[in-house]
Write a protein that binds this ligand. Structure first.
Ligand code: NAD
Length: 375
């Protein structure tokens, strides 16, 4: 079976779905690997690196024509001459919950779509395929250094001949994979770290990593280890309590998400006004659906109050494209091995993993939740 690696087209996307180091393993499983010309460029993998690893490098049109399976990171543009065609299998982080129009188009076009971001997180045999975890782990880590670079003070406490410098005070909002990774990185950088999550389990995990835990008196553990959306009253209470304490922090890293919904607004304009000049905010949830911090703009830095820096950073994994691509590539290979153990795809909707990741197949939306949403 021929597997094609697509060049990414989303603005700011530097990652690639398969790295040269994983070509040989796919070949051993029975796949022939074709890579779109320039696909790895922005992660510093050259066409020659892929050829040396045993892949064939082709132009976009040839990949679309010849490959049964296409690998990507972000969903490719629908309705373009370069979109996949009937019978092809597209594997990537396709964000189907946020893109119902794309899901309908894929079904209509007869494309089989497999979305890595729909993988059940708690299934231990799916851990090697968990791309959301591998990518958000990188993003949380990176957020600390993006914040540190914009912050005009030291992260650790320093004792020098001229006196003692106090460490930076970092607040991490949302302690899922990204938040816990940020807690760990900020602690290692020497900052004093406080964390907050609506799930007591997540707050406990942050505490075990050495963070102090903020109690905003809201418990919102939802299904499957995720948070539920808050009621209006809970949201207001959370925002007000946070606004009352936020002034003591130098850096705020916000990572809160609710599956399939809008990210909760945690830091309001009132809260931002209480920050000291020099404070730095990084919003990993910034995007088309809003963000955790009022006024955050995806992929932009703004100054919402005097001396306050607000960085909208929805795709920090892409900032670490070589490492992020290597991790994603491992996830994709693990999934491919599961879907096609002998190099040929075996669609089996009764399989727990396939039932979760298979979105469209045979001209229909086969994913249970999405079929309901599309109906
Ligand atoms: P996520 O990206 O959906 O959300 C990030 C965090 O934001 C979550 O901890 C959530 O509780 C929190 N949050 C949501 N609304 C909030 C609000 N209003 N205020 C404050 N915090 C809020 O989460 P995730 O990182 O994808 O993790 C989801 C779950 O999956 C977790 O339970 C995690 O432990 C689990 N997980 C398990 C495995 C595994 O077992 N292999 C791997 C990865 C993740």
């Amino acid at each position: 079976t021929a597997v094609g690696v697509l060049k990414e087209h989303a603005p700011g996307e530097r990652r690639v779905a398969l790295v040269p180091g994983d070509v040989a393993a796919l070949a051993r499983t029975g796949f022939a690997v074709c890579v779109e010309h320039g696909a790895g460029d922005r992660a510093w993998f050259t066409d020659q690196d892929y050829r040396d690893a045993g892949a064939v490098v082709e132009e976009a049109a040839a990949i679309r024509r010849d490959c049964a399976i296409l690998l990507c990171v972000d969903p490719p543009i629908v309705e373009s001459p370069l979109s996949p065609h009937a019978g092809q299998v597209l594997i990537g982080m396709l964000q189907p919950l946020h893109q119902p129009h794309r899901v309908r188009a894929w079904a209509r076009q007869g494309i089989t779509t497999v979305s890595l971001d729909m993988l059940p997180r708690t299934l231990s045999r799916a851990q090697a395929m968990d791309a959301l975890t591998s990518q958000t782990h990188l993003a949380g880590y990176r957020a600390v250094f993006v914040a540190a670079a914009a912050y005009r003070g030291f992260m650790p406490m320093l004792t020098t001949a001229t006196g003692t410098v106090r460490p930076a005070s970092v607040l991490v909002l949302g302690c899922g994979v990204a938040g816990l990774s940020a807690v760990g990185a900020a602690r290692r950088a020497g900052a004093v770290v406080t964390a907050y999550d609506v799930r007591p389990e997540a707050a406990a995990a942050a505490r075990s990593l050495g963070a102090a835990v903020l109690d905003l008196a809201v418990d919102a553990a939802g299904e499957g280890g995720y948070a539920r959306a808050l009621t209006e009253t809970e949201t207001r209470a959370q925002q007000e309590t946070l606004a009352a304490v936020i002034g003591r922090f130098d850096i705020v890293i916000a990572t809160a998400q609710v599956p399939g919904g809008e990210p909760p607004l945690l830091v309001t304009e009132t809260a931002i006004d209480r920050l000291r000049p020099g404070a730095v905010l990084v919003d990993l949830a910034a995007g088309a659906l809003g963000g955790n911090i009022a006024g955050s703009v995806p992929d932009a830095t703004v100054e919402p109050a005097r001396g306050v820096t607000l960085i909208g950073a929805p795709n920090l994994a892409s900032d670490m494209a070589p490492a992020a691509s290597a991790a994603y590539s491992r996830n994709v290979c693990a999934l491919l091995k599961h879907l096609a153990p002998a190099g040929a795809l075996r669609i089996d909707p009764d399989d727990e993993i396939q039932a979760a990741v298979l979105i469209t197949h045979g001209g229909a939306i086969v994913h249970r939740t999405l079929a309901r949403l599309a109906a």
